[in-house]
Design a protein around this ligand. Structure first.
Ligand SMILES: NC(=O)c1ccc[n+]([C@@H]2O[C@H](COP(=O)([O-])OP(=O)(O)OC[C@H]3O[C@@H](n4cnc5c(N)ncnc54)[C@H](O)[C@@H]3O)[C@@H](O)[C@H]2O)c1
Length: 335
């Protein structure tokens, strides 16, 4: 099949593209390779995709309406996997406009492209951050998510709303995936695992927010890719029996779904740091800090709906996954 993967130079997009190419599919990857974090890491990911005969990379900005219209005026994509976005909760405090451009204008341009092509299925990244002020655990898709605590989260919720509109008005089948703290090899330098591993190996202290009283539903990249690709084959159908009053918030009378995609197993930050210590063989020096604006203290995904749809349970635990990351980090940066 012919896939469009947006954000192909990014952490998750790279892994998805590689997995598709390994399976023999055609992949068109787009990315603007912005400098939100180390550009050379994005280029190194692309260098691994470049040799595949069925890979084509186009450097472009999602927010460039004319370029996006041009992209979608070419041969039809069987699936659109939309992962490009301005990510990161803390960066959105100081750089709100980057989120409006990439996540709102960019998402609209993807939806317009799917409408123009009659795309069979758009799968896009939402985020666990949409749960904002919610405290009842585990987080369920049926819960209200009207109280985000960062502009990033608000744009991700907006993506779900915009997608619903296009599913309803134009019958574009859409599935939104609320990712829960994805980690693994080729991961993002702005995320805790990368920052902690680097600091521990370099002998610096790590900043531990909320004095370590945090928990995250860490989800290993291979599990994310497997689940995402299974989901992409589950094209949502319009459900005439559904109503706002009686149906789930993750479904609709339109061809629309939203799932949590997490391990379903929250891990304390202290245990996560212990896993990095075990993998590096070094003890972490810790600066205990207050919680940062825009952050939430805990996340935990209810994944029952996802399991019912694709019969998949994440396979990789935190100790194993962290060890894989540390192996990659040492190989990539230190050898
Ligand atoms: N990694 C996680 O834990 C996590 C959690 C929740 C949600 N998500 C979402 O998953 C998706 C992928 O995240 P990731 O961790 O791979 O992040 P990433 O930053 O590594 O990848 C995103 C890619 O999109 C590209 N990009 C950004 N703005 C663009 C634009 N305007 N035009 C074209 N390309 C652009 C970036 O250059 C980057 O390569 C994002 O939508 C993110 O919000 C990730």
């Amino acid at each position: 099949m012919r896939y469009l993967v947006t954000g192909a130079a990014g952490f998750i997009g790279f892994h998805v593209a590689k997995r598709l190419l390994d399976a023999g599919h055609q992949v068109v990857g787009i990315d603007n390779i912005n400098d939100y974090y180390d550009v050379s890491l994005k280029e190194a990911r692309l260098n691994l995709l470049a040799p595949y005969e069925h890979f084509q990379f186009v450097k472009m900005d999602l927010a460039d309406r004319a370029a996006m219209a041009q992209l979608f005026s070419g041969p039809r994509f069987d699936r659109v996997i939309h992962l490009a976005a301005q990510a990161g909760v803390r960066y959105s405090i100081d750089n709100p406009h980057a989120y409006a451009d990439a996540n709102l204008v960019g998402h609209l341009n993807v939806l317009e492209g799917c409408r123009a092509q009659g795309t069979a299925h758009l799968v896009y990244a939402s985020s666990s951050s949409v749960y904002g002020l919610n405290t009842e655990m585990p987080f369920k898709v049926a819960d209200s998510v009207d109280h985000p605590v960062s502009l990033y989260a608000a744009t991700k919720k907006a993506n779900e709303l915009m997608s619903h509109t296009y599913s309803h008005l134009y019958q574009v089948p859409t599935t939104g995936l609320r990712f829960f703290t994805v980690y693994g090899p080729w991961g993002r330098p702005d995320m805790a695992l990368f920052k902690f591993t680097k600091a521990i190996l370099d002998g610096y202290a790590i900043d531990v927010y909320n004095h370590g009283d945090m928990q995250r539903d860490f989800t290993y990249i291979d599990d994310i890719v497997e689940a995402l690709l299974r989901v992409s084959e589950e094209i949502p159908a319009a459900n005439d029996q559904w109503s706002v009053e009686k149906g789930s918030a993750g479904e609709s009378s339109a061809p629309y779904r939203v799932f949590n995609i997490g391990a379903g197993n929250p891990v304390k930050l202290t245990a996560f740091i212990e896993a990095i210590e075990a993998a590096t063989g070094l003890k972490a020096k810790q600066n205990l800090m207050p919680i940062q604006p825009g952050d939430v203290p805990a996340t935990w995904a209810d994944t029952e709906d996802l399991f019912n749809a694709i019969q998949f349970q994440p396979q990789v635990g935190v100790n194993e996954g962290v060890a894989e990351f540390v192996r990659w980090y040492k190989d990539f940066y230190l050898s």
